[in-house]
Design a protein around this ligand. Structure first.
Ligand code: ADP
Length: 388
């Protein structure tokens, strides 16, 4: 079964064609600068496709150039916000599209782009089944005491202000792979998963389900990230507002100018590690703040799950930066965690254990693959929808 996986951003569209049974990518690409420039009208520079429909024409042309005339069975969309309604992937119809659109206020940069992508495909290939796979869905199992903010109830009931959590597709996929690596049925897996990419979040898993996660109402809460601040005292925002900062100023500062970027002037972990090793004090402090904050979260999630059976690192930094993994786990000695320095430094694309035999719980590195998870979920939804 061939599935087209689509990840639409406001001005970009990432795609993969995957063979689900074989677990392989047949072709992939990225269309950028959608809606930037004039799309070819007039005599100005052509920057990119005019809209998502035109971007899709480019995807179609690229797929044909690579694969001839492949028989696509379905399209799987990464949808960022599924609100309180969506706890699992769903087959898309008009009502579902409108429901995703109604969540636009909660994810103003992401959900509108998802809806544009879905509508463009419905128009171009009306008979092709489409499935929405939500970043928030895996976290619908959070208990209320974990998703509530301690603010007046009206903020939740009238505005939907609560913790939703993100990166769910990755956390779920990695949960299954980590359980398999430990030879445990997934419903016996209790652990802590650290997804550390440009965006970063950590999730507490109990019996294979998410019971707490560090991102909240938006993907800004929680860990120190590439350009995002993570947790801070909300009074800082009030203070800045009183000093003339607009909501846009504050949004830009917290989402684009903070995190590693704010502390070290660079949002790329590899560069920050190199700078620190070269004696740059700001880079060293950025690593200390980032690793300390993550270690505190891991400690608290160890409590949340009543004793984790494993700690798992994934995504760009988690899979590749042995230096950052060492900084974090050095702070976890109180939990009896001990890395094997040699195993930690080994490079591999396979899921693996990097702790010593004496470590009280194993530390794992498990590569994530959100597109693969989306393709598999899409295939499963389509098959169950046509089953008698
Ligand atoms: P995204 O959230 O955009 O998918 P990724 O999961 O690709 O992000 O992670 C990007 C981060 O991974 C960057 O900070 C990058 O520096 C880091 N990274 C990638 N490869 C390495 C490496 N070999 N060593 C250290 N950090 C790495």
């Amino acid at each position: 079964m061939l599935v087209l996986v689509i990840n639409s951003g406001s001005s970009s569209l990432k795609y993969q064609v995957r063979d689900v049974a074989a677990g392989i990518v047949l072709t992939e690409g990225l269309i950028e600068k959608i809606g930037v420039g004039n799309g070819g009208d007039g005599d100005g520079e052509i920057e990119g496709p005019r809209d998502h429909a035109e971007a899709l024409e480019q995807v179609d042309a690229a797929i044909h150039a690579e694969l001839g005339d492949p028989e696509l069975a379905a399209v799987g969309h990464r949808v960022v916000h599924g609100g309180e309604r969506f706890a699992k992937p769903v087959l898309i119809d008009n009502e579902i599209t409108r429901a995703i659109e109604r969540l636009n206020p909660l994810a103003p940069l992401h959900n509108p782009a998802n809806v544009l992508g879905i509508r463009a495909i419905s128009k171009k290939w009306p008979d092709l089944p489409q499935v929405a796979v939500f970043d928030t869905a895996f976290h619908r199992t959070l208990p209320e005491y974990a998703w509530r903010y301690a603010v007046p109830d009206e903020l939740y009931t009238n505005h939907g202000i609560r913790r939703y959590g993100f990166h769910g597709t990755s956390h779920e996929y990695v949960t299954h792979r980590a359980a398999a690596l430990l030879d445990l049925p997934v419903d016996e897996f209790d652990g802590v998963i650290a997804h550390l990419g440009n965006g970063a979040s950590v999730t507490a898993i109990l019996g294979g389900h998410s019971v707490d996660t560090s991102m909240g109402f938006t993907p800004l809460e929680g860990l120190v990230m590439g350009t995002r601040s993570g947790d801070l005292d909300p009074s800082i925002l009030v203070f800045l507002g009183r000093n003339g900062w607009t909501p846009e100023d504050i949004d830009t500062m917290l989402n684009r100018e903070s995190g590693l970027m704010g502390l070290a002037g660079n949002n790329d972990m590899r560069s920050v590690v190199e700078a620190s090793e070269g004696g740059d004090a700001k880079a060293a402090m950025a690593l200390a703040v980032t690793s300390y904050r993550l270690a505190k979260y891991i400690g608290s999630y160890h409590v949340a799950v009543g004793g984790a059976k494993a700690l798992v690192f994934t995504a760009g930094i988690g899979e590749n930066s042995h230096q950052f993994r060492a900084l974090v786990t050095d702070r976890l000695r109180a939990l009896g965690i001990e890395l094997d320095a040699g195993l930690n430094r080994q490079r591999s694309r396979e899921p693996r254990v990097i702790s010593t035999a004496a470590s009280v719980i194993p530390v794992l590195v498990v590569p994530t693959d959100e597109e693969r998870a989306i393709a598999e979920a899409t295939s499963a939804v389509v098959h169950s929808s046509i089953a008698p």
